[in-house]
Design a protein around this ligand. Structure first.
Ligand SMILES: Nc1nc2c(ncn2[C@@H]2O[C@H](COP(=O)(O)OP(=O)(O)OP(=O)(O)O)[C@@H](O)[C@H]2O)c(=O)[nH]1
Ligand SMILES: [Mg+2]
Length: 222
């Protein structure tokens, strides 16, 4: 009985995610679902990318957290349209939450929409939101073994970011082992190394994202 209910929830989410995907394609909107564990640096990365690209492209942001509007307030202070979703205990965002948020947010055509998922390396990977890109962050202080333990998250990623690289001199983190773990699961996703403290590597991610948005617009026009 429990299994049947779960299957229904998943298939209902899939349908809604496909409807979201069609709406985003109609507006040529590139949607980046940002996933990582709590405190890995999701908001910091989004803010750094907004700072680098907001003059060039229109942006909006959906913030997902169990409680509080702390992250949305940071984005709002940058003058970027933002909606905060509080899941009230739920460990991930789902396609229906995104549908409702987008109805209120009205992201501009030809824009980029960042969705910061709830901090969690497990559940968000199984709930499609209708996104274009699944961006997964692993931060140096979490340790190099994360791809070996949280397989589905790294398997499903379209791009992987190793963040907080400024902490490498202070933390036991075997980068070779980390990369080996990632590549055993996912050979395709580009892997970027960044520090939001020093700015290292952020320009490369910004350029990559710009190119993704350009290609996505061409693709959805066809
Ligand atoms: N040293 C260092 N600290 C960082 C870096 N990026 C983020 N931080 C710090 O890490 C902490 C968490 O960063 P956030 O960006 O709020 O992380 P988050 O993943 O959005 O956190 P939640 O939304 O709570 O899950 C903050 O104190 C940041 O200043 C980095 O590149 N280097
Ligand atoms: Mg955050």
């Amino acid at each position: 009985m429990k299994i049947m209910v779960m299957e229904e929830i998943m298939s209902c989410n899939e349908e809604l995610a496909e409807a979201n995907r069609a709406d985003f394609a109609a507006g040529r909107i590139t949607v980046v679902n940002v996933m990582a564990s709590p405190g890995a640096g999701k908001t910091s990365l989004i803010m750094e990318l907004l700072g680098r690209l907001s003059g060039e492209l229109p942006f909006s942001v959906i913030e997902g957290d169990i409680a509080s509007a702390i992250d949305a307030e940071k984005i709002e202070a940058m003058g970027i349209p933002v909606i905060q979703i509080n899941t009230g205990g739920g460990c991930h965002l789902d396609a229906n939450m995104i549908k409702e948020a987008v109805t209120e947010l009205h992201p501009k055509d030809d824009s980029i929409l960042f969705i910061e998922n709830v901090g969690n390396l497990i559940c968000p990977s199984t709930f499609d939101l209708g996104e274009t890109i699944r961006l997964v962050i692993a931060s140096v202080p979490e340790g190099h073994d994360k791809p070996y333990k949280y397989i589905s998250m790294f398997e499903a990623a379209d791009v992987i970011i190793l963040s907080k690289t400024d902490l490498l001199p202070y933390v036991r983190f075997d980068k070779e082992n980390f990369v080996k773990g990632i590549r055993a699961l996912n050979q395709k996703a580009p892997l970027f190394e960044v520090s939001c403290t020093t700015g290292e590597g952020l320009e490369k991610v910004a350029e990559w994202l710009k190119e993704i948005a350009r290609v996505n617009k061409l693709k959805v026009r066809r």
